[in-house]
Ligand binder design. Structure first.
Ligand code: AMP
Length: 397
């Protein structure tokens, strides 16, 4: 779907040979830099950890905390265009950079997606359905919100949460107090009604400064303990659902004026309703399948969008299943490595410490069908969770 290409171009092209500055040195920055190197760009990374995954493949790293304004200014002086690879940045620093450097994504959408309450309000204002939610600032608010939304419900911190951190499922009245005690003191909270989803879907869409957009194929995602485990593409949904999911993502990108990538995660319920759960204005874990299965990877596409180049073809070339490699899975995967089928493409992030639930890499398994790719993933016997049936339902979690 190509929209808005006739709008006037307002930004100039950032040509290969230029330097891209990345705020954040994690795996997303690493894969962005690897894709950009193929295209001829240079990279400078700002991250507090020396030898961060992205820094290993960049030209230079500025080792400093993200809130260090002086370091941010150094980044601005060294980069022709600046992007970020994770959201937990000080949006004021990004706003300051925006004033003195080329930051095509801007700080506005970053600010919105950093806060679940702001994000949900912005989505609602854009006519995009979300799970019913209430702001919770006190115990009394929580009691009232539970009366209104019912059980189960999920209490989440409005800021700072990721990969299931800062979330408590409340299944019954007596679980409210411990959940509140756990999360209170971590800033504003939001209570969300539990969405009895049959599938979780996501769409990563790229949008250029002139408004031209190109979505990647709809992905079907399997989460366990709040962490993405598997992405299945094509998603096992009917065409009308896939079309609606794509339209929702494009509408979100357009209404929120995204530039670069926007990942839109959503819940599909049995009656066919889609509700958006979360946005990420950056490359996304559920878009890693594009690296081996699409004409253009999400990382190349992000660079094309922020550098104001034409967007690449986002077509899917083969069915694919992406499975995350967490620290707990790494030793077994490494054991299997010498015997792996050539259709199992391994990506590792160069992280020094393999904590059990830390994302250390992912594999993309390409096959003639997603069923075959899933069977190949199971046969490797590396993962506890491959498909949704392996996840414990929330009622007995
Ligand atoms: P989040 O951090 O909001 O993306 O949540 C992580 C995962 O927890 C989601 O991908 C879902 O699997 C689950 N989850 C979060 N919120 C809800 C909800 N309101 N209803 C059902 N599942 C949820």
């Amino acid at each position: 779907m190509e929209r808005g290409i006739d709008l006037v171009t307002t930004a100039s092209v950032v040509l290969p040979g230029s330097t891209v500055g990345i705020l954040g040195g994690g795996q997303l920055g690493r894969m962005l830099a690897l894709a950009g190197r193929h295209m001829g760009y240079r990279f400078v990374v700002l991250d507090p950890t020396p030898d961060a995954p992205a820094a290993q493949v960049a030209d230079r790293q500025i080792v400093a905390p993200f809130a260090d304004r002086e370091a941010a200014r150094t980044l601005a002086a060294q980069a022709d265009v600046i992007t970020y690879e994770f959201e937990h940045l000080d949006a004021n620093v990004v706003a300051e950079l925006e004033a003195r450097a080329c930051v095509p994504q801007g700080s506005r959408l970053l600010r919105i997606t950093q806060n679940r309450l702001m994000e949900k309000r912005a989505l609602e204002a854009s006519g995009i359905p979300v799970a019913p939610f209430r702001e919770v600032a006190s115990r009394a608010d929580l009691e009232r919100a539970l009366d209104e939304l019912g059980f189960p419900a999920v209490l989440k911190t409005a800021t700072g949460g990721y990969d299931g951190k800062g979330q408590r499922v409340i299944r019954a009245r007596e679980e409210a107090e411990p959940a509140y005690a756990d999360l209170a003191g971590r800033g504003p909270l939001v209570l969300e009604a539990w969405v009895p989803f049959v599938k979780e879907l996501s769409v990563v869409v790229a949008r250029r400064p002139d408004g031209a957009m190109r979505p990647f194929p709809v992905a079907e995602n399997v989460h366990a303990s709040g962490i993405l485990r598997t992405t299945i593409v094509p998603a096992r949904v009917d065409e009308a659902t896939a079309r609606r999911a794509t339209e929702l993502a494009c509408t979100a990108a357009e209404r929120l004026n995204a530039v670069g990538l926007l990942a839109v995660e959503m819940f599909l319920t049995a009656d066919g309703t889609l509700r958006v759960n979360e946005l990420a204005p950056r490359p996304h874990n559920s878009g890693h399948f594009t690296m081996d299965a699409c004409v253009t990877s999400q990382f190349e596409q992000h660079l094309r969008a922020i550098c104001n180049l034409p967007l690449g073809d986002a077509r899917l070339l083969t069915p694919v299943v992406m499975v995350n490699v967490l620290g707990a899975h790494l030793p077994r995967l490494l054991q299997r490595l010498p015997h792996l089928d050539g259709r199992v493409k391994v990506h590792l992030y160069g992280k020094a410490e393999a904590r059990p639930m830390r994302k250390m890499g992912h594999v993309n398994i390409v096959a003639d069908s997603v069923a075959e790719a899933l069977a190949m993933a199971r046969a490797l016997d590396v993962w506890d969770v491959v498909d949704a049936g392996d996840v414990k339902p929330v009622s007995d979690a």
